[in-house]
Write a protein that binds this ligand. Structure first.
Ligand SMILES: [Zn+2]
Length: 752
């Protein structure tokens, strides 16, 4: 394919990624990286070899919980992971994304925990997968050769390739790179139909990650052709979103910035920034770092009750980690930490034995009942904690990469032979600096619960290298000392660069003072959320866990509230931070072990209720009217709260009256027995309203909203749009449609 190749300077990406926050990285010192390849822009930061970082403290606790919990024991429970029948081992059988998802998390989990048994288990699968390769490079289930448009379906391969990369980097297994070269050559021999449709078309960023990594290892020219095909034939992420699926968006939006490694185009990098900003502005108007994607995003339905799929959480984190490396912009690390410290632990049960499908900023009941009124875009039961092998399917297999990948990205290499602390958690990192000297940095911190990071440098002999430390965007006044002497450090987001000849035992102390902040969300009716440093805080709600199925190893829990939750915060009320002191618990992300809390002044808003399917009603305009007494309520870190209100209305006696949400109803036709529905469950303007079997989907739910004067809007639960007449026609037999509520009279109805 005729594609113009641009020859790039090796320092190119420092220019591409050069946002306002890169100044502290300094000029791009062009020490060539050992694996730099021709025609490729160097990344701002380099991944360290898996195993370089040994997590400690609470992060080690999370990884241990995961290894002993659902991810570590998933082969005992998931029929998708049956070695005796999996198509990834026995190519005559079928298989899809589940084993690739699981291995992508399980391999780095085994590495991070140094668990030999887990590594042996991973090796058994990988050995088997490697033996299935055919002469033309194809491997795995034969059915996948013709599963997409008569050609290969590459989507399920992409996470598996990432698992193989981690395995190769940790073990040095010499079979893997030639195996990948053969497979990617096969991939490159396929026509456009293998690239431009299906899940894979929106997820080529994952493939590009592997192809570019492989090119740096072994610069086969065809790999660049393949990268070009992924970009040009795959979905276009440079403009309007090419799809609405939350997981595909979470991994797809970064693709242009990845392709900038090849194209050298600052426009490509900017496209990923722009998409993120527009996505969060439209669908992420609440704290925690996620967006409203309880399967697909829906325009206009961005209340904090909407959920973000667990797969979306971990994919978004992985994207932010990749973008931190490519661009060097500390904003992406901030965004990754926000998800890691808030939404990720909230998506897992406190014992690490279960997941749920979606996690919401406001969530007051986690039951195992489908929702039929369009509260979520998908209507199957998504709330309870369970293994969910078939009910949730992707999430229990995919969530495992969240913590291990986070642990791998705490420290990164710099192109000029230094080390960068990209994100913070207690750990020990060992890496080569300054062209070959082994250095170990021991990091002690209670971060994000504490605000001090202590580093001790161990070196065999004095060695000069730059040490970069990220200052988060929320931290305006950091304090940095090297061996007790203050070093200048500006507020975040930034990387502070310390250049010196390091000697054994040198100590670095970084203070990241945390302040309590109240953030207002104009996009969600002026609601507010409370944060302190990188943690966002949620109302402490009494939680009653009810085992509804399963056993001790694989429990299935509903969680119900035992205390009131419908509080609004007093505007400008007092907020007091409390710390328990003492060492952190192994898992601080629980109600009982959370080491920090905030007390806040609040009033009950009695009209704010859950609907008859136990889903919290959407927020209304703040300040909300409340005559309730001022009470002091407790807020705990979002990640420690499985039931939570994170986006609060404000409440005052002279606020706006809160109108109880009117019920959703189904409208049945006597002759056909069918109910009023939206054709194809469309969320688009002008979609036809039709009759359909009463099958319980949200597009069958309609809400009558009194507009005064005897007229009402009739709003659809699934789309949030209202009943109108096509083209505002006044003719007989004109179609009735749904349309956004834009105030026209054809949207007003009355019962006569
Ligand atoms: Zn999922």
């Amino acid at each position: 394919m005729p594609i113009t190749r641009r020859h790039l300077l090796r320092t190119g990406s420092l220019v591409l990624g050069a946002g306002p926050h890169l100044a502290d990285i300094g000029p791009a010192t062009a020490a060539p990286r050992p694996d730099a390849a021709p025609e490729m822009a160097a990344d701002a930061f380099l991944r360290l070899k898996p195993g370089s970082i040994v997590p400690r403290g609470w992060l080690a606790g999370q990884l241990r919980l995961q290894l002993d919990g659902l991810c570590g024991r998933l082969t005992e429970r998931s029929h998708f992971l049956d070695f005796a029948t999996s198509g990834w081992v026995h190519p005559g059988n079928g298989a899809w994304e589940e084993l690739p998802y699981w291995l992508r998390g399980y391999v780095p989990l085994a590495v991070a925990t140094r668990d030999g048994t887990a590594l042996d288990r991973a090796r058994r699968w990988i050995d088997a997968v490697l033996t299935t390769q055919q002469d033309d490079g194809f491997f795995g289930p034969r059915v996948l050769r013709t599963a997409l448009n008569g050609g290969p379906d590459f989507w399920p391969y992409l996470p598996l390739l990432q698992a193989l990369r981690t395995f190769e980097e940790f073990t040095g297994d010499t079979r893997v790179v030639p195996f990948l070269v053969r497979f990617l050559r096969y991939m490159n021999s396929q026509g456009k139909g293998a690239f431009d449709t299906g899940w894979v078309s929106q997820r080529w960023g994952d493939g590009m990650d592997i192809a570019l990594w492989l090119y740096r290892r072994t610069p086969e020219p065809f790999l660049l052709d393949l990268v070009d095909k992924m970009h040009l034939w795959g979905a276009d992420w440079t403009g309007a979103l090419p799809g609405a699926h939350n997981v595909s968006i979470a991994q797809g939006f970064r693709e242009p910035a990845q392709y900038a490694q090849r194209s050298g185009s600052a426009g490509h990098t900017r496209a990923s920034y722009r998409t993120y900003t527009e996505l969060l502005a439209a669908h992420g108007q609440f704290s925690g770092g996620g967006f409203a994607g309880d399967e697909n995003i829906r325009p206009g339905l961005g209340d904090p009750r909407q959920g973000f799929e667990t797969c979306g959480v971990v994919e978004f984190m992985a994207s932010h980690e990749l973008l931190t490396r490519i661009t060097g912009d500390p904003l992406w690390a901030d965004r990754c930490e926000e998800l890691a410290f808030n939404l990720l632990p909230a998506s897992l049960d406190p014992d690490g034995r279960a997941v749920h499908y979606v996690t919401s900023a406001n969530s007051v009941d986690l039951d195992n009942t489908r929702k039929t009124q369009g509260q979520f875009q998908n209507s199957f039961a998504m709330q309870s904690f369970q293994p969910g092998i078939d009910q949730y399917r992707c999430c229990p297999h995919n969530y495992g990469m969240g913590w291990p990948y986070f642990a791998e990205e705490l420290w990164l290499g710099t192109p000029d032979g230094g080390l960068a602390a990209a994100m913070y958690a207690a750990c020990r990192v060992t890496a080569q600096v300054a062209g070959g000297t082994d250095v170990t940095v021991t990091e002690d911190t209670d971060y994000p619960f504490g605000e001090t990071v202590d580093l001790v440098v161990s070196v065999p002999r004095p060695v000069a290298f730059p040490l970069l430390l990220r200052i988060p965007g929320w931290c305006a006044a950091p304090g940095l000392q090297v061996n007790g002497r203050s070093v200048g450090a500006r507020g975040g987001p930034a990387f502070v660069r310390v250049e010196r000849t390091w000697t054994d035992g040198d100590r670095v102390t970084l203070r990241l003072p945390q302040r309590t902040a109240v953030r207002s969300w104009p996009g969600n009716r002026d609601s507010v959320s409370v944060s302190h440093g990188p943690l966002t805080y949620s109302l402490l709600i009494g939680e009653r866990y009810v085992l509804h199925a399963g056993d001790a190893a694989f429990p299935e829990y509903e969680v119900h509230a035992t205390t009131p939750w419908n509080y609004g915060l007093v505007p400008n009320g007092e907020l007091e931070v409390r710390r328990t002191g003492g060492p952190l618990a192994a898992n601080p992300f629980t109600q009982s072990a959370a080491p920090v809390s905030i007390t806040a002044e609040a009033r009950r808003v009695p009209e704010w209720i859950a609907d008859d399917e136990h889903v919290v009603a959407p927020l209304q305009q703040s300040p909300a009217r409340s005559a309730g007494a001022v009470e002091r309520v407790t807020l705990i870190p979002m990640g420690a709260a499985r039931l939570r209100v994170t986006s609060f209305p404000t409440a005052s006696p002279d606020g706006t009256p809160w109108r109880p949400e009117s019920a959703y109803r189904r409208i049945r036709n006597k002759h056909s027995g069918k109910v009023l529905a939206v054709d194809g469950m469309s969320t688009q303007n002008s979609a036809h309203v039709v009759q359909f079997d009463n099958s319980g989907t949200g597009d069958h739910a309609w809400q009558v909203l009194d507009q005064g004067g005897g007229w009402s809007l009739i709003r659809n639960g699934h789309s949030g749009k209202v009943l109108g007449v096509d083209g505002m026609s006044t003719q007989n037999s004109a179609h009735v449609v749904q349309f956004e509520d834009n105030g026209t009279d054809d949207h007003l109805w009355q019962f006569v």
